[in-house]
Write a protein that binds this ligand. Structure first.
Ligand code: FE2
Ligand code: FE2
Length: 166
């Protein structure tokens, strides 16, 4: 298995896109299926944004000052996703706004992931060596085990607060 940071993050993106598609397919089905998929989406996003906020983003910001604006925009996009995730975590799948809120979350995350993959990950890959990307990836792998898994976990909330006050 690759330890390259960008490979790892793109694998996460792929899994998110798969869950988003599953949710879209489940829009007409039973609410319990949508609830189950949203739980999975919230877990995937909580872990992923945690690893990016705690490792990838600060590292890129430090090593590649030219990408500062991209990183700042990414933190803000995570913040919007954090708010939607926290609201969804407190909402029941039977709520009339559940599908609408999930759809807005999916649209936001798809846009964000697209920007990471198209606009600034390639610049990071070009500027950093393979060893550096592997070292960042190894730190993310180590951190993943203890990463928060729900939007209301203390570590997830601390991450969200740090990102807007840093
Ligand atoms: Fe991100
Ligand atoms: Fe990402």
């Amino acid at each position: 298995m690759s330890t390259d940071a960008i490979v790892l993050l793109k694998d996460d993106h792929k899994e998110m896109r798969r869950l988003f598609k599953e949710f879209q397919k489940a829009e007409e089905g039973p609410a319990s299926k949508r609830q189950q998929l949203v739980n999975q989406i919230l877990e995937a996003l909580t872990v992923h944004t945690y690893l990016e906020n705690e490792v990838m983003y600060p590292e890129v910001r430090k090593l590649l000052p030219d990408l500062e604006d991209d990183i700042l925009e990414s933190y803000e996009e995570h913040h919007v996703a954090d708010l939607l995730c926290a609201e969804l975590a407190a909402m029941d799948a039977s709520d009339e706004r559940f599908v609408a809120k999930t759809t807005v979350l999916i649209e936001n995350v798809e846009h964000h992931v697209e920007e990471e993959e198209q606009e600034w990950f390639p610049k990071v890959r070009e500027a950093l060596g393979r060893n550096q990307l592997q070292e960042i990836g190894e730190r993310m792998i180590a951190m993943r085990k203890d990463a928060p898994r729900t939007p209301t976990a203390p570590k997830a909330i601390k991450k969200a607060v740090d990102a807007v006050t840093a």
